[in-house]
Design a protein around this ligand. Structure first.
Ligand code: ATP
Ligand code: MG
Length: 606
């Protein structure tokens, strides 16, 4: 391809819309162009990258028996109502673009395809003889992200590979899940990425059987926090991570005392005022849970004050309690701010001085859609506390030396503490958790019966009896992966594409296009390289040599061949983008040398 004929526009300056190096470089290198927040045109150079990633994904999916298909993006609301996700996706989370068509029918633009594929399985899978099945597609997904940002990292329209598997039993599901795990490792390795597999949150359905893992590309710009042990035996998304909390200090209070603690609304202030460790203080955090039937529930969570609440774990627990409130799902969990507290229309709440027995009078009695009693929960760290300090339900006052059972009934005990760096590992207490950031590129998930039960997707076994299908789902963000590769592999001059996903493998640069010999050699090289199956770009633009070198570095083509001064000796310069190493080689050796180097770089791992 001749660059002089391409729509190739690079930018000198960093565009104002971008923060991350990868986002800046993709814009500057002419890979993407923004249309609106979260939507991008993939320009020809990036499209080649995306095609290469897709092809690697395809090969690895096919290798484990995946069958490629393509499902509609426009999805009728009914099937989302069948699975019970329409309200959550269009209202609570609001992630699904929804519209009403001219016939007045509600539709959504697919953010994911569990409903469509489960319906397909219900229609087409009848017998155990047809199982297992794995289908996948590579397609544009739509999500109305509240904060589209970082270019392709969090788009509102992006390319995903999503796969779904159906099974007669859990054992078969586990097998395919393992195959997927291996396939994902191969995909990311082949794309030249450094990554870590971490345990992920499996949502409210996550019992011990609902395994779920994420494939994280390690990068400081990542939006996910990962905790891991240095020996590599444990790694988890912080949403899911477990650990042993630090030891609590002994309490200085061995009998009950009322403590005058003016101006100590925060834990820091209180600990400093009383000169005690926060591990002696019990903090009581008020939330409001909103369920899908409109029911609001005030939740008072008690936790040891040096610890933070993991709201993902708390939401999962509250979701499991939905039935208690005649609901089927938790829609949202919000800290009870002043507005929420006043909407309860009850007694004023002593913010900063709340005790675990905050009276239910704080909730107005006649309110519709408000549970009359506070739901009280205690984290495990709270349940273990002795002679602790906590609020006295009165502004400016705390109590010390109080105990569960004696002074307050112990509420339902839950595990909703956020694991942190510095905690000991639960699996091996000698290992101390460390933290890093990652970009979630892939997610594999054992869904179990989550969709097949409500959507009645069943099969009959050898004995002729009917069972719901076991199901798994497996996603990879193809467009996000492309940018993550840049985030992980660039330098001050531009992108350094891993060879396997580079838009072109070689760029032939002619420093001076009015030099007939340079042009002639370049043309011959481009022809021979192309004939040898090497993807070659030819910079034949009427530009200064410096501009061409800068652009070649910016767009990150792995090898550059320059027809420069050494032509007189029958040689050209071969420069490797990643190392900057340049050698002069005879013109006749260019094709063979590059072929060898590219083959080595593209070798597929076993
Ligand atoms: P996130 O937590 O980053 O919002 P998710 O957990 O909602 O992602 P999944 O539903 O698991 O994402 O989708 C599968 C994959 O699709 C993700 O692992 C990610 O690589 C990609 N992906 C998800 N949302 C986006 C987005 N807004 N833009 C680009 N890629 C995305
Ligand atoms: Mg995910």
């Amino acid at each position: 391809m001749r660059l002089s004929q391409m729509l190739f526009v690079t930018l000198r300056e960093d565009p104002a819309e971008a923060e991350l190096p990868s986002h800046k470089l993709l814009l500057r290198g002419g890979f993407i162009r923004r249309l609106s927040p979260g939507t991008y045109t993939y320009l020809p150079l990036l499209w080649r990258v995306l095609q290469k990633i897709s092809e690697i994904v395809r090969q690895e999916m096919n290798a484990i028996g995946g069958q490629e298909c393509l499902m509609p993006q426009l999805q009728p609301a009914e099937i989302w109502r069948e699975s019970g996700r329409w309200d959550v996706y269009t209202q609570a989370e609001g992630i699904m673009f929804a519209l009403t068509d001219r016939q007045g029918r509600e539709q959504g633009l697919g953010p994911t395809h569990e409903e469509v594929i489960t319906l397909l399985a219900r229609d087409l899978i009848r017998s155990y003889r047809q199982l297992p099945q794995t289908l996948y597609q590579i397609q544009t997904k739509f999500r109305d992200e509240i904060r589209p940002r970082f270019g392709l990292m969090r788009g509102r329209e992006f390319i995903m590979k999503d796969a779904y598997s159906f099974h007669a039993n859990e054992e078969s599901l586990r097998q395919t899940y393992q195959d997927m795990h291996r396939a994902y490792c191969r995909i990311l390795s082949r794309c030249g990425l450094q990554f870590r597999v971490v345990d992920a949150d499996a949502g409210a359905i996550g019992g011990p059987t609902a395994a779920s893992q994420e494939f994280m590309v390690l990068a400081s710009a990542g939006e996910d926090d990962i905790l891991y042990t240095p020996d590599g035996s444990y790694a988890a998304n912080v949403e899911k991570a477990v650990s042993i909390p630090p030891e609590a200090a002994p309490s200085p209070y061995d009998s009950v005392q009322i403590l005058d603690t003016p101006g100590t609304e925060t834990i820091d202030k209180l600990a400093e005022f009383l000169k005690i460790s926060p591990t002696v203080i019990l903090k009581n955090v008020l939330y409001q849970a909103l369920y899908d039937n409109g029911m609001r529930v005030a939740v008072l969570l008690s936790i040891r004050a040096d610890q933070e609440v993991n709201e993902v774990k708390l939401s999962n627990h509250l979701s499991r309690l939905a039935e208690r409130y005649q609901a089927s799902k938790l829609l949202t969990l919000t800290l009870a701010d002043a507005d929420i507290q006043s909407s309860w229309q009850g007694d004023p709440i002593p913010v900063g001085y709340i005790a675990p027995d905050l009276p239910d009078r704080c909730l107005g009695q006649t309110q519709k859609n408000l549970a009359p009693k506070i739901l009280r929960l205690a984290d495990q760290t709270a349940a273990l506390m002795k002679n602790f300090v906590t609020g006295a339900n009165e502004p400016g006052k705390h109590v010390g030396g109080v105990n569960w059972g004696e002074h307050y009934p112990l509420p339902e005990v839950v595990d909703v503490r956020k694991a942190q760096a510095g905690d000991r590992s639960l699996l091996n207490p000698e290992q101390i958790l460390e933290t890093t950031r990652g970009i979630e590129i892939g997610h594999i998930f054992q869904l179990g019966l989550k969709f097949s039960l409500p959507m009645r997707a069943t099969f009959t076994d050898e004995q002729g009896s009917e069972h719901p299908l076991w199901m798994g789902c497996y996603g990879i963000g193809v467009s996000r992966l492309a940018q993550a590769a840049v985030e992980q592999s660039h330098d001050a001059n531009g992108i350094i594409w891993p060879v396997a996903i580079a838009p072109y493998q070689v760029v032939v640069v002619v420093p001076n296009i009015s030099d007939a010999q340079q042009m002639e050699v370049a043309e011959r090289l481009v022809r021979e390289l192309t004939a040898a199956g090497i993807e070659t770009l030819w910079d034949d633009r009427d530009e200064r040599a410096g501009v061409k070198f800068k652009d070649a570095d910016l767009i990150g083509i792995p090898y550059r061949v320059t027809t420069g001064r050494s032509l007189k000796q029958g040689k050209v310069e071969l420069t490797e983008r990643a190392t900057g190493q340049a050698i002069e080689i005879p013109i006749e050796e260019v094709v063979a040398t590059l072929k060898e180097r590219l083959e080595a770089a593209l070798a597929v791992p076993d």
